[in-house]
Design a protein around this ligand. Structure first.
Ligand code: TXA
Ligand code: MG
Length: 284
C-alpha cells in the first residue's frame, strides 16, 4: 500500500489485481467489505483490462474528462478480484489528473485501486501531512495540496440512463452536454452505490450547519471571521471545495466542542459541497 496524491484527495493505493493487497486496504481503513473501491488507470489502454462491454459514451466522456475527477461505473472484467468491487459485477474506474499519480501508475504497470487515504467515515486528506500514519502505508508520496479537494464525480453507465451516484467537481450538466442525453442524479442513500454512508467525510468533532456564525463560535464562515477559530471560506464553490477538508481537519485538531458551518447557497454549482456538508453533519 502506497499513499498516492491525486487532484481530488489522497488515495491509499494497491495493485488492483492482487486480492491480498486489496484486502489490506479494507483492513487499514476499517472499511466494510461490501463498499467497492475505485480502480485508477494511467492510460486508456488499461481500461480494457478492468472493464468489458465499454459503451461508446464512456469513451466520449473519457476523451473530454480524463485525466480528471470523473469515475465511470462499467461492467467488470472477470479478472478484477471480487474484493475490489465488493462482489458487484460492475467496476468503478478513473484516470487521475496528477503527474505523480500518473507516474506511479506507469511505473507500477498495473491499475491500482485507491480509496481515500483515511479511516472509514473520516475526513479525506487533501495534503500529505493530513494522511493518518497509522494506516500503515509503505510510503506517502507528497504531491502537494489537492487542486480539486473533494472526491471525484461517480457516474453509473451500466443502465439505460447515466446516473450520477456521487456529485463532484464535474456536474451533471457538463456530462449531459457531452453525451447529448439526460443525466440523472441519484437521491440519498442510493442502493446502487454501496459505500455512500450517510455519515461520511466527517471530523471527530460534532459539526453543525448554521445561518451565521456567532462571534464566539468556531467554524467556517463566508463572511469576516470574528475569532481565531473561524476560518474564512471562499464564496466560489470550486475554491470552497478545494479548502473544505483541510479547514475541517485544522479545526478538528483543536479539540473544540463543536464546529459550526455557515450554510452556503443552495444553487446547483454548490451540489458537491452540499453533499459533503450533509454527510459531515449526519448523526446516523
Ligand atoms: O476522488 C476519488 O474518487 C478518490 C481518489 C483517491 O481517487 N477516491 C475515492 O474512493 O473517493 P472511495 O473508495 O473513497 O470512494 C468510492 C466511491 C464510493 O462512493 C462507492 O460507492 C463508489 O465509489 N463505487 C465504487 N465502485 C462502485 C460500483 N461498482 N458501483 C457503484 N458505485 C461504486
Ligand atoms: Mg472515501
Amino acid at each position: 500500500m502506497v499513499v498516492m496524491p491525486t487532484e481530488t484527495v489522497y488515495g491509499l493505493a494497491a495493485d488492483a489485481f492482487q486480492a491480498q493487497a486489496v484486502g489490506q486496504i479494507f483492513q487499514a481503513k476499517g472499511r466494510p467489505a461490501n463498499h467497492p473501491l475505485i480502480v485508477h488507470i494511467g492510460s486508456l489502454g488499461q481500461l480494457e483490462s478492468v472493464a468489458i462491454a465499454i459503451p461508446s459514451r464512456a469513451l466520449d466522456l473519457a476523451q473530454v474528462f480524463w485525466p480528471g475527477p470523473l469515475t465511470l461505473v462499467l461492467p467488470k472484467h472477470p479478472s478484477v478480484p471480487a474484493e475490489v468491487t465488493g462482489g458487484l459485477d460492475s467496476v468503478a474506474v478513473r484516470m487521475p489528473n496528477h503527474q505523480q499519480a500518473l507516474k506511479l501508475l506507469t511505473f507500477a504497470g498495473t491499475p491500482v485501486c485507491a480509496p481515500s487515504a483515511n479511516r472509514f467515515t473520516g475526513l479525506s486528506p487533501t495534503r500529505a501531512h493530513d494522511v493518518d500514519p497509522s494506516l500503515g502505508a509503505f510510503a506517502i508520496l507528497d504531491g502537494g495540496e489537492c487542486q480539486v479537494g473533494i472526491e471525484s464525480t461517480v457516474l453509473d453507465l451500466t443502465g439505460d440512463c447515466p446516473i450520477v451516484l456521487r456529485p463532484g467537481d464535474i456536474g451533471a450538466e457538463s456530462l449531459s452536454a457531452i453525451l447529448g442525453t439526460e443525466v440523472s442524479v441519484s437521491g440519498e442513500a442510493s442502493p446502487k452505490s454501496p459505500g455512500q454512508h450517510p455519515r461520511h467525510y466527517a471530523p471527530i468533532t460534532p459539526v453543525f450547519l448554521v445561518e451565521t456564525l456567532l462571534p464566539e463560535q468556531a467554524g467556517l464562515t463566508l463572511g469576516d471571521p470574528s475569532n481565531p477559530d473561524q476560518i474564512k471560506m471562499n464564496g466560489d464553490p470550486r475554491q470552497y471545495a478545494r479548502a473544505l477538508y483541510a479547514a475541517l481537519s485544522a479545526l478538528d485538531r483543536k479539540s473544540l466542542s463543536g464546529i459550526y458551518i455557515e450554510r452556503p447557497p443552495q444553487s446547483g454549482e454548490w451540489a458537491a459541497v452540499w453533499d459533503r456538508l450533509q454527510r459531515a453533519t449526519s448523526r446516523e
